[in-house]
Structure formats: structure tokens, C-alpha cells
Design a protein around this ligand. Structure first.
Ligand SMILES: C[S@@+](CC[C@H](N)C(=O)[O-])C[C@H]1O[C@@H](n2cnc3c(N)ncnc32)[C@H](O)[C@@H]1O
Length: 268
């Protein structure tokens, strides 16, 4: 883990540059289906958490190359995707050109949605992206502005209480995972998390280098409240028995902890 302190990596431009650097491999690996957590756990759970999408005007915050944006659009919603990475948006646009689903894309930060009119969307969704910007409160305010009264925001993020800078699986002498260490929850450092999809063949690329921000549980809850959202529900998704039987890495999550958390909030 590389720690960045002070003002390093606090601007949208720097975050965009970091994600542009990850983009080629991210696009290839996501489209190859190597993000097993997404395909076999997070998407089934998050889509069940969402409200009905059909007929709604929806903005996808931090849409990446559009894998999930296309899934939302296939549920008969009118989608707009925004992402701060120029390369991600270019890849999303080329997928839309190949298989038109009526999605518009725009290179923009979810913390600055001033390009969109007040109250233009029924619903804002975001999958595993709002933790990747430095300013959650700003993103919540910007999203609140573009939602119509009664509109809502549904998003997934890494669970801030467990995915911490000093995290570590704990094993017994037989190598079985018996627990999980959390640590440095209160650290204010931005750090670079280097990892790859575990299903991706080793020879097929490097580690991603993802900027991680010191968002805590209070960051999300208080950020939503400060932006005048009313929290509707949260979910700490737990793999089903069938998922756990299919993959040991899901079994340990079923037994020990939620790696992700979902929030739903409404504009009064
Ligand atoms: C882990 S990826 C998830 C992408 C997509 N939601 C998905 O599920 O495939 C995080 C995305 O957030 C984007 N991102 C980070 N900060 C952002 C910001 N301030 N505004 C918009 N997008 C941002 C990154 O460029 C990246 O594409």
C-alpha cells in the first residue's frame, strides 16, 4: 500500500488521471467477466436492492466503461452515465455505438453535475464508485440537485468499517480463515490500493492502482443527511448458501463480514 498524505490526489483531475491509467486493463478484464464479485455476488444482490427501473430517467454516477449502465438500461430505464475518466467514457460510448440502448454518456465528476438541469432525474444509481472520489458530501449535494422531488439515490461502496488500510484475513495453523483484522480506520491518508481481479489469469496484466479515500461510515451517513437526503434503507449484502458453496472467497464473506454496503436515500 502506498500512502499519499497532505493534498496529494485530492482533485478530480488527479483521480481522472489515475483511472485513465487503469482503464485499458479494467475494460478488458470487466468485459472478460473476470470481476467475479460483480458477476456472481454484487450485481445479483444490488439489482435485488434497487427499485423498479422501467420507465425511469436514471443517472449512473461513476459509470466506468458502462457494464452496469447497460444492465440498468436493459431494464427499460433511460440512462445517462457520467464518469471522470475520459478513457472509460470513450469505451462506454463505443459499446453504445455497437449495441444502442439509448444511453448518453458524459465525462464529468459526480461531485460537479452542473451540466445537468435541476430535478432532471427520477433516480441516481452508482455501483462501487462513490468511494473513489475525494468528496462524498459534494457528490451527495450534486446528486440531490439533479433529482426531482421524491427521487432517490441507490449506491454500493466498499464497506468502510472493514475495508480499512490495515485489513488482513486471519488464519489458523491449518490455513483456514478464522477472522478478519481491521485497522487504521481513522487514518486520514489517501492511499493507493494495488490489486487485480482474482479470476484474471496472472499473465493477463498488472495490478490496478486505485486511489482510496478516508471515507468512514459517518462520511456516508452524515454526507447524505447534510445534502438533505432521508435514508430509506441500508443493506450489508451476504452471499447466499449457493454462492458460498460455489466459491471459497464468498464462503468466508458469508461466515465473517460484509465487504460491501448498499445505501438507499430519498429527496424529500
Ligand atoms: C470501481 S470503478 C466502477 C465503475 C462502474 N460503476 C462499474 O460498476 O463498473 C469506479 C469508477 O469511478 C470513477 N470515478 C472516480 N471518481 C469519480 C468522480 N469524481 N466522478 C465520476 N466518476 C468517478 C472512475 O473513473 C471509475 O470508472
Amino acid at each position: 500500500m502506498e500512502r499519499l498524505s497532505g493534498d496529494a490526489m485530492r482533485s478530480d483531475a488527479e483521480v481522472a488521471q489515475a483511472w485513465d491509467a487503469n482503464a485499458d486493463q479494467w475494460i478488458r478484464h470487466v468485459r472478460a467477466g473476470w470481476d467475479r464479485y460483480r458477476e456472481e455476488f454484487n450485481n445479483p444482490m444490488f439489482f435485488a436492492f434497487l427499485p423498479e427501473l422501467a420507465g425511469k430517467t436514471v443517472i449512473d454516477l461513476g459509470c466506468g466503461e458502462g457494464r452496469n449502465t447497460r444492465e440498468f438500461a436493459r431494464r427499460r430505464a433511460r440512462l445517462t452515465g457520467v464518469d471522470v475518466s475520459r478513457k472509460m467514457i470513450a469505451a462506454a460510448l463505443s459499446a453504445e455505438a455497437q449495441e444502442p440502448l439509448g444511453i448518453s454518456y458524459r465525462e464529468a465528476s459526480f461531485s460537479d453535475l452542473s451540466a445537468f438541469p435541476v430535478g432532471g432525474f427520477d433516480l441516481a444509481v452508482s455501483t462501487m464508485a462513490l468511494m473513489d472520489g475525494p468528496d462524498f458530501e459534494g457528490a451527495a449535494r450534486a446528486t440531490h440537485r439533479v433529482l426531482r422531488p421524491g427521487g432517490s439515490l441507490y449506491f454500493s461502496v466498499l464497506h468502510p468499517c472493514f475495508v480499512t488500510p490495515a485489513q488482513k484475513w486471519l488464519q489458523n495453523e491449518a490455513g483456514e480463515e478464522i477472522g478478519f483484522r481491521v485497522g487504521e480506520y481513522f487514518s486520514d491518508d489517501v492511499h493507493i490500493d494495488r490489486w487485480r481481479f482474482s479470476a484474471a489469469p496472472q499473465e493477463n496484466g498488472d495490478l490496478f492502482a486505485m486511489p482510496r479515500f478516508p471515507h468512514r461510515l459517518e462520511t456516508y451517513i452524515n454526507g447524505l443527511i447534510a445534502a438533505d437526503f432521508r435514508i430509506l434503507k441500508i443493506q450489508e449484502p451476504r452471499p447466499t448458501e449457493a454462492m458460498a458453496a460455489a466459491h471459497p472467497s464468498f464462503a468466508r464473506l458469508r461466515r465473517h463480514l460484509p465487504l460491501f454496503i448498499y445505501f438507499a436515500a430519498a429527496k424529500a
